[in-house]
Design a protein around this ligand. Structure first.
Ligand code: ADP
Ligand code: MG
Length: 352
């Protein structure tokens, strides 16, 4: 008999006080200072996960105003990007006929353009038109029955970012064939975290972060002036930390096959699909990417989950830093970009 298990959760553990399950707003006082520096945090369920906004260095009123604005942005973007909202830009694209130009919001256009850019750079390993394959493997996870070769081929036929034509002059997106399903699951959280962080910055916040289900965009440094300390989860023992990094003004995103996966006939399948084979990726157990933008970091984390070491050159050329975990016989083998080492030392990344 086949067993099926689905799990969801955090991939990156911010070594900060994150809370889940409730929407709340709270102040966290610092221990030593004549003027106590406070951190204000609020967590809300959104984007099919929990989103935390944390701000420091301002008073409670300013923190509330900025945090509310950031969450309004999260909600606004979610309504545009969700595949499950019938009026979203993505649903409009998915229900359009081939050749029909769909006018989308500037934000949706921006995320699709970044998605296309990473698709190109990753040779199609990252591809938001992966929807038909995601649906096929999701069904397999639920029923416990592997899809047939024919089903995989039929779904794979429909998958290619080249089947989405983007026109920046008119902000339109045109599907070029029947059966396209856009799924932003591998880029939307990072993008939304980036945009919500930008809202905080515009409201005068110079220290804080937005964490969208483990995809974190850090603003500036910690309120005490030190870099943000973040733990990267051990893929062998989710909930424990394998590496610690220190960042300022960066996005940190982890994609791993140890939190979200399904088991069919005792075999574990990643929720990341290799669009080239039409099958779940068999790449590294975990990939952490540090980049300037959340969308870029999120997309590369998924692309490298597919490509493994074959993606190193392309990721490096795009200026992102990465750490991959390969687990063999209970041991972690690490593969990291040259620049990643600088983030292991507190104070060596100045945030520029
Ligand atoms: P998580 O959502 O756990 O942070 P990812 O960012 O890697 O993980 O996104 C995985 C999701 O993206 C899948 O659940 C699916 O919806 C979609 N997806 C799967 N494979 C790909 C791929 N090769 N390219 C783009 N999106 C993908
Ligand atoms: Mg991703």
């Amino acid at each position: 008999m086949s067993s099926i298990r689905y799990r969801t959760g955090l991939a990156v553990l911010a070594a900060l006080s994150l809370a889940f399950g409730v929407s709340y707003f709270r102040a966290i006082g610092s221990k030593c200072s004549t003027q106590p520096a406070k951190r204000f945090e609020k967590t809300v369920k959104a984007m099919d996960t929990f989103v935390t906004v944390s701000v420091s260095g301002v008073d409670e009123t300013a923190a509330t105003v900025a945090t509310d604005a950031a969450f309004a942005e999260v909600k606004r973007l979610e309504a545009r990007l969700s595949r499950f909202e019938p009026d979203s830009d993505i649903s409009m694209i998915n229900s359009a006929s081939p050749g029909e130009a769909v006018k989308v919001s500037p934000a949706s256009f921006a995320v699709l353009r970044e998605a296309a850019r990473i698709s190109e750079l990753s040779g199609g390993a990252f591809d938001v038109t992966v929807g038909p394959l995601v649906a096929l493997w999701r069904k397999a996870g639920k029923t416990g029955v592997l899809p047939s070769e024919e089903d995989i081929d039929a779904a794979r036929e429909k998958v290619s970012f080249k089947n989405l034509s983007l026109d920046a002059n008119s902000n339109t997106v045109t599907p070029l064939r029947e059966g396209i399903i856009v799924d932003l699951g591998a880029i939307a959280k990072g993008f939304v975290a980036e945009r919500a962080a930008a809202v905080l910055c515009r409201r005068g916040i110079s220290s804080g972060f937005v964490d969208a289900g483990g995809d974190i965009v850090f603003i500036g440094s910690n309120v005490d002036g030190r870099p943000w300390r973040t733990g990267i989860e051990d893929p062998r023992k989710p909930g424990t930390v394998a590496d610690t990094i220190y960042v300022q003004s960066r996005a940190v995103v982890t994609s791993g096959n140890y939190r979200r996966f399904c088991i069919i006939d005792g075999k574990r399948y990643s929720h990341v699909i290799d669009p080239r084979t039409g099958r779940p990726a068999v790449g590294p157990a975990g990939v952490t990417v540090i980049a300037r933008g959340g969308a870029t970091a999120d997309a590369w984390a998924t692309a490298l989950s597919v490509l493994g070491k074959d993606g190193c050159d392309a990721a490096r050329a795009d200026g992102v830093e990465f750490l991959m975990y390969f687990v063999k016989d209970g041991e972690i083998n690490r593969l990291e970009s040259e620049g990643f080492a600088a983030f292991r030392k507190e104070g060596s990344n100045d945030g520029r």
